[in-house]
Design a binder for this molecule. Structure first.
Ligand code: MLT
Length: 337
């Protein structure tokens, strides 16, 4: 066992050195920098998750972080920093030292919808970050408390339209995926519920399962288990097609609301100014992680979608943020009146 452990450790160190050599040989040689390159990462890396532990953002971050640390040879530690729909932590990450040791998992909310929701956001998703890699694509579902008085989406729509001011809708704060996606839903249905904010959709799901709130829009990795346990009910998935993890949940289009199409996503960002070669090392670590069964199996098992290779590059993430800023700027402008 002992010699096997040494061989595995050696192969991981070799992987990191190979990685550094690969990255450093592709850039002009500079003795001052090359020493830095060999020394990165020389200590644990912090990945900030802007929502409470156990929610979709946290679950994805932790699954990927474990595999990243094997490639980078240093712990990749998750730090949950909550508040204001994830924008508090994102502001902090935008101002962190661009040295590769403080990263953040952002998503469709913090790095797109939030711009349309906060006049003075305190950061620019496209200008204040160096995109590293997409971690997951994430279908969104409409879920309700177990005894919500609707057997299907048609009855859900009738009920919420008839009781719009008596409804409590949970979300993870203004700027979150759960807030942005249900803002679109509410606009399409012409309803105006009371929003009940939580520090993430893990606590929100606990409240929903306890019957303390009526419904919410949440990412599939946070829905599969409570749904299978019968603690909540799911009416539609806001994707063009059903998800293999929940094949009996119809799409919003099948249920008569094709305009309710939302795909969330989670991605890794570094502060603007992080050296390209560090971004490249981090991207390589994510790309390798996304090919491991330890990442793919739980992510897919919980209904998530693993990004394809072409979706994993920093440039692809940069383009995604730009497109989502456009989309959610228009969606939320329309939805706010
Ligand atoms: C959200 O935007 O709703 C968050 O992703 C929820 C969470 O991760 O807790």
């Amino acid at each position: 066992m002992h010699c096997i452990v040494r061989a595995v450790a050696f192969s991981r160190v070799a992987a990191v050195i190979g990685l550094v050599v690969a990255v450093s040989t592709s850039l002009p040689y500079d003795p001052a920098i090359s020493q830095t390159r060999i020394s990165y990462p020389s200590r644990p890396i912090t990945v900030i998750v802007p929502f409470a532990k156990g929610g979709p953002t946290d679950v994805v971050a932790r699954i990927v972080a474990v595999e990243m640390s094997k490639t980078l040879g240093q712990p990749v530690a998750i730090e949950n920093v909550v508040g204001a729909g994830g924008t508090t932590a994102t502001q902090r990450a935008a101002r962190a030292e661009p040295d590769g040791y403080t990263l953040i998992v952002g998503h469709m909310g913090t790095h797109a919808a939030a711009v349309a929701l906060y006049p003075n956001l305190g950061y620019r998703p496209d200008a204040d970050f160096a995109p590293v890699a997409l971690l997951s694509r994430m279908p969104v579902l409409v879920v309700a408390r177990q005894h919500f008085p609707a057997a299907d989406f048609g009855e859900f729509v009738s009920y919420v339209r008839g009781h719009t001011h008596l409804l409590n809708m949970a979300h993870a704060g203004v700027g979150s995926v759960s807030y942005a996606s249900c803002t679109l839903l509410n606009h399409l249905l012409g309803i105006d519920p009371t929003g009940v904010p939580f520090n993430g959709t893990a606590p929100a799901m606990e409240a929903l399962a306890a019957g303390q709130v009526d419904y919410m829009c949440d990412q599939i990795v946070n829905v599969v288990v409570p749904l299978r346990d019968g603690a909540v009910r799911a009416y539609v998935i806001a994707s063009p097609q059903r998800d293999p993890a929940l094949p009996t949940v119809p799409t919003a289009a099948e249920a008569g609301l094709p305009a309710f199409e939302v795909e969330a996503w989670n991605a890794l960002f570094a502060p603007k100014g992080t050296p390209d070669w560090i971004v490249a090392m981090l991207n390589t670590a994510v790309v390798r992680a996304l090919d491991q069964p330890e990442v793919r199996n739980p992510l897919i098992g919980l209904g998530g979608i693993v990004p394809s290779p072409d979706q994993r590059t920093p440039d692809a993430l940069r383009a995604r943020v730009q497109a989502e800023l456009q989309k959610w700027g228009q969606v939320l402008k329309r939805s706010s009146h």
